[in-house]
Design a protein around this ligand. Structure first.
Ligand code: BTN
Length: 243
């Protein structure tokens, strides 16, 4: 990942551009960066605030030889690459929030949007977009969000941080493909803000699952023990802690 880097100024969404390139046959691993986005988007139809020169707005193309079921682990791997980069520049209290966010303390600092183009039950290609709030000030951030600059009390070079993230990602993705996903999952669990055994509620597109978080399975999905004693595997959704 990252052998070919494309840099843009202002785009609608780097994910849109990556889809367009992927459809045109762009190979796996190409990474796109933009200085700003006019229609940056997050999961569940949310907008992603993307002011010019303030954050990392990046997408990359994968043509994974992986089953669809393993894609949650890909998203967590990207979260791990970001978390590792932030820890490396001495940001404190960095954690991964399953399934696709990175937090600093109680504030969301980065989000990942994985969009798959399926061919039958296989992933034809996937576009993975990541947004990191780097030098955004309090006033530029939505409620519940924070930035690297707020955490470190100084601005950070966007290009330097982008390169660290891509380098981490390239290594961690190789771990995933080359059969080292057990080690990778161990690392993700260690960085996860979710304490296994804790009571959780996951809101998915069509239902709500509540119970005790038991573990992540080998695909990065969350295993929840329901109150009737049965276990349910949840691939994605919005994770909450019941009050
Ligand atoms: C989320 O937290 O809901 C995911 C946010 C993903 C934002 C990034 S910014 C680069 C890429 N382009 C987009 O339009 N979205 C992703």
């Amino acid at each position: 990942i990252g052998k070919k880097l494309l840099a843009y100024d202002l785009v609608t969404s780097t994910n849109d551009l990556a889809h367009f390139l992927a459809e045109s046959g762009e190979p796996q691993g190409t990474v796109l960066f933009a200085n700003g986005q006019t229609q940056g988007r997050g999961r569940l139809g949310n907008a992603w605030n993307s002011p010019v020169g303030k954050g990392i707005y990046c997408s990359f193309i994968l043509r994974p030889e992986l089953e669809v079921a393993r894609m949650p682990l890909v998203t967590l791997t990207v979260a791990m690459a970001i978390a590792k980069a932030l820890k490396g520049i001495h940001v404190d209290k960095v954690s991964i929030k399953w399934p696709n966010d990175v937090y600093v303390g109680h504030g969301k600092v980065a989000g990942i949007l994985t969009e798959m183009h399926l061919e039958g039950d296989r992933v034809g290609y996937a576009v993975v977009g990541l947004g990191v709030n780097v030098n955004l000030s309090r006033g530029e951030l939505p409620p519940g969000a924070t930035s690297v600059a707020l955490a470190l009390k100084r601005e950070v070079d966007l290009v330097d941080l982008s390169h660290i993230i891509i380098k981490n990602l390239d290594r961690l993705y190789a771990d995933l493909l080359e059969g080292r996903s057990r080690e990778l999952l161990g690392m993700i669990k260690e960085s996860s803000g979710l304490i296994l055994g804790e009571r959780v509620r996951v809101v998915t597109a069509n239902h709500v699952v509540e119970g005790y978080a038991l573990d992540f399975d080998e695909n990065g999905s969350l295993v929840i023990r329901l109150d009737n004693g049965c276990c349910q595997v949840v691939h994605t959704g919005h994770l909450e802690k019941p009050g």
